[in-house]
Design a protein around this ligand. Structure first.
Ligand SMILES: Cc1cc2nc3c(=O)[nH]c(=O)nc-3n(C[C@H](O)[C@H](O)[C@H](O)COP(=O)(O)OP(=O)(O)OC[C@H]3O[C@@H](n4cnc5c(N)ncnc54)[C@H](O)[C@@H]3O)c2cc1C
Length: 560
């Protein structure tokens, strides 16, 4: 049995930013992560992080409004105001900690343009922004004395009288299970991209944090809001960063036309992601694509510029499709990229369960609403990672030691043993693939009642097959097969909430585009969907709604 004052689940940007804050306060804290922290998905973020810096005439209101418009007015405006107001300091602080941001000719921190924003306010480190920030935060927190449970897998949250008091976890290296007690737990376990196939997300993005919180009664908010990124490489699903369009790349259809002219004459390729993905899908569906793709054209930018500013994209294009972007356009298509929905929290990261906080992609504050702007996620992780730590530090002052944490260990051990003891049955990968393809088909760029019901039907079938899934590897040391089985169960919980949210929302808003209900309906649907776990219901879910917080920007029609 282990014990800390604060336990953070996740060593990505949200978890490590929270860790820096807690270690600075001199409080005993640990991060637990199923992979080495710098292998978290945050490491893959390429494009950058937004901040409205006043030294170049930008202001927080501009960033806040672009974010709210991008969200199709579903974001809570009080939360967005906080994020935009704290952004400048958050990014400058990263710089002071040691992140070497790219600079412009004038020696000042450089910016690039990103979608849905009229001002170039995205700060970046070449095409490795996430990696650069992650390494610096990891260094800083180790220097300050952070404890790390590296390659430990959380299987369950420990609850005592309705309060979260720690976790049960599997030490992947030994196969032993342990409890870790804590006065407060901060969930920073990242997104759920692998519920979809294909996805730009790493294989570890399996929604564990969302499912762990959902299982102890926390509502999942706006889970139907799934971001399809407009430019993922044909056949591979690899992300081609928005930085390409930010630096001037064009999108072309089979007629050689810059088709965004028809859909977003003002912003063109830099309209918000949902708008661009939908435009591409329309071109493809109406026969003006190339085998399910459109073209991303950088040829006019010149080889030197491409290799200097977008070198990583050039590498990916050459390596995977053999296409030199300086010579030829590359085929791209919309691909699942990010989940706007997640664990409902306050602006201080608190959930409805005392002692349980959440931040980063697994949380929904809500600053992204129905569509996230590019480069706002990294910002979300550092701003709300820090805030959840500040609030948790305050909360633990009034909390004594947990008493019954040990009681959860034996049943959890037995549950995992039962998984190992199953007779040979279906392979995990087969069931996972069937689930993910069913969800992607039903909850795509476009959806309608029939497609969503199809996704539900598929999910019912998947759930009936779950008990027959077997874990082939019976060993103790590094049993990734056992982890995949646990992850599959987490993903199925996430899929439940995504389908329930999608079927509930009877309008089109942002990423939730219904071809059978194409209009936004502010009168009835300017609200969040909340999905609760409820085993008394037919599909195990119960949907409620809650109002959207409007401070100063009344919803208007969204035009780009
Ligand atoms: C390819 C790609 C490029 C992107 N580019 C950008 C960009 O340029 N700008 C931007 O703003 N956003 C970008 N995003 C989105 C952004 O990177 C993520 O939303 C953000 O980094 C998520 O950070 P996080 O800390 O919430 O989670 P993650 O970085 O995903 O970390 C999750 C952590 O939780 C741990 N964990 C999960 N489950 C368990 C468990 N059961 N037990 C123990 N530990 C667990 C993992 O080990 C990991 O340490 C990009 C995303 C992708 C996929």
């Amino acid at each position: 049995m282990y014990e800390h004052d604060v336990l953070i689940i996740g060593g990505g940007l949200a978890g490590l930013r929270a860790a820096v804050e807690v270690t600075r306060a001199g409080v005993d804290v640990a991060v637990i992560s199923k992979v080495h922290p710098v292998r978290s998905h945050s490491n893959a973020a390429q494009g950058g992080i937004n901040a409205p810096l006043t030294d170049r005439g930008d202001d927080w209101q501009g960033h806040a409004y672009d974010t709210i418009k991008g969200s199709d007015f579903l974001a809570d405006q009080d939360a967005v105001e906080i994020m935009s107001q704290e952004a400048g300091e958050a990014v400058l602080e990263l710089e002071r900690m040691g992140v070497i941001f790219s600079r412009g000719e004038d020696g000042k921190l450089g910016t690039r343009a990103f979608g849905g924003q009229k001002v170039a306010r995205t700060f970046f480190v070449g095409a490795i922004t996430g990696s650069a920030i992650l390494h610096v935060l990891f260094e800083q927190s180790l220097k300050l004395g952070l404890n790390v449970y590296e390659e430990w897998f959380v299987t369950k949250l420990i609850m005592e009288d309705g309060v979260c008091r720690g976790v049960v976890a599997l030490d992947i290296k030994t196969g032993e299970m342990h409890t870790i007690k804590a006065k407060a737990v901060i969930m920073a376990a990242g997104g759920a991209g692998r519920v979809f196939e294909p996805s730009t997300n790493a294989l570890i993005c399996t929604g564990d944090g969302l499912a762990l919180a959902y299982r102890v009664g926390v509502p999942m908010m706006d889970m139907e809001m799934i971001q399809y990124h407009p430019t993922t490489l044909a056949r591979t699903g690899i992300l081609m960063s928005e930085a390409a369009r930010g630096e001037g790349a064009h999108l072309l259809n089979a007629e050689g036309e810059r088709f965004m002219q028809k859909y977003a004459p003002d912003y063109m390729e830099l309209a918000s992601r949902d708008v661009v993905s939908r435009a591409e899908q329309t071109e493809i569906n109406e026969g003006r694509g190339f085998d399910g793709n459109v073209l991303l054209d950088l040829t006019h930018l010149g080889r030197e510029f491409i290799e200097h500013r977008l070198g990583y994209l050039q590498e990916v294009s050459v390596e995977f499709l053999g296409i030199d972007m300086a010579e030829k356009p590359v085929p791209v298509q919309p691909g699942m990229h990010y989940i706007m929905g997640g664990i409902k929290t306050t602006v201080d990261g608190a959930t409805n369960v005392p002692g349980l906080y959440a931040a980063g992609e697994c949380a929904n504050v809500s600053v992204h609403g129905a569509n996230r702007l590019g480069a706002n996620s990294l910002l979300d992780t550092v701003v709300f990672g820090r805030r959840s730590a500040v609030h948790a530090l305050d909360y633990i002052k009034g909390v004594g030691p947990a008493s019954r944490a040990e009681e959860d260990l034996a049943p959890e051990k037995a549950r995992l043993q039962a998984l190992l003891d199953r007779p040979p049955g279906e392979r995990i990968a087969t069931v996972r693939d069937d689930m993910a393809r069913g969800i992607t088909k039903g909850i795509g760029v476009n959806r309608d009642q029939a497609s969503m019901e199809g996704a539900l039907e598929n999910l019912v079938n998947i759930k009936s097959r779950l008990p027959g899934v077997s874990v082939e590897n019976k060993g103790k040391v590094f049993n990734t097969d056992l982890m995949f089985a646990l992850e599959l169960e987490f993903m199925v919980d996430c899929a439940d909430t995504i389908v329930a949210g999608a079927l509930a929302r009877k309008e089109s808003r942002g990423a939730h585009y219904r071809t059978d209900m194409t209009e936004r309906d502010d009168e009835n649907w300017l609200k969040h969907t909340l999905v609760y776990k409820d085993d008394a219901q037919e599909h195990g879910t119960r949907v409620e709604t809650s109002p959207v917080t409007i401070t100063q920007w009344e919803p208007v029609k969204r035009v780009y």
